[in-house]
Design a protein around this ligand. Structure first.
Ligand code: URA
Ligand code: SF4
Length: 208
């Protein structure tokens, strides 16, 4: 089962968000606190897609507001986007985690979660109609571009986007996930961040 039966026809973002709040299309809804829908400029030229909400996002109900989100916001601004220029969302809308004592440890979503949740991100892309879809990391790549692409090999170049919600002129760009940068060893992190900013600057220049 996937979320497609829950999606209202011709839905705008507020309608999609309230429908997604009731989604039970995969088992991730149950242990998580809430659906974390996308947020940002509903007419953004650039739509960024991450993996899934983290611990902080799960509690606050807003994407990219935890540590990885702060890093992403800084990189987006440094790349040349003005405040409120972009729309951000995730390939999977519920936090997948494992309990260890009281700690909730992030777990990567499985292919069935990505598949179940795909109609939501497709509907967001169709509603926002961005010129460029940015895939942050491997889960977004799997959800939107398929398994032939690899983040390390294919990042940083604009390409045609033909995935869910695409229009004829839509393009895509793959870059590193901000959480991957946070996990890098100290001596690699600065370069990882610079790479993210450089990739986002390619996108900013293309829509300027
Ligand atoms: N990582 C993601 O992929 N998405 C978020 O919203 C937060 C962290
Ligand atoms: Fe629905 Fe996606 Fe949440 Fe699964 S992760 S219940 S498909 S919103």
């Amino acid at each position: 089962m996937d979320a497609s039966t829950l999606i209202p026809a011709q839905a705008d973002l507020p309608a999609l968000k309230s429908a997604a709040a009731r989604c039970t299309a995969c088992e991730l809804f149950e242990p998580a606190t809430q659906t974390v829908f996308g947020s940002g400029n509903p007419q953004a030229k650039v739509l960024l897609v991450g993996e899934q909400p983290g611990d902080v996002e799960d509690q606050r109900g807003v994407p990219f507001v935890g540590p990885a989100g702060k890093l992403l916001q800084r990189a987006v601004a440094e790349a040349g986007f003005g405040p409120g220029a972009v729309y951000v969302t995730n390939a999977v809308k519920h936090f997948r985690f494992e309990l260890r004592g009281k700690r909730r440890i992030h777990q990567t979503p499985q292919p069935e979660h990505i598949r179940a949740c795909n109609p939501w991100v497709a509907a967001e892309i169709a509603a926002v109609r961005p010129r460029i879809v940015v895939c942050l990391g491997a889960t977004a790549v799997k959800a939107l571009l398929g398994s032939t692409y690899r983040v390390t090999k294919d990042r940083g170049a604009l390409m045609p986007y033909t995935g869910p919600g695409a229009e004829p002129e839509t393009r895509a760009l793959i870059t590193i996930h901000p959480s991957a940068i946070l996990r890098m060893p100290d001596d690699a992190r600065e370069q990882g961040y610079a790479d993210l900013v450089a990739d986002l600057a390619v996108v900013a220049a293309a829509v300027a």
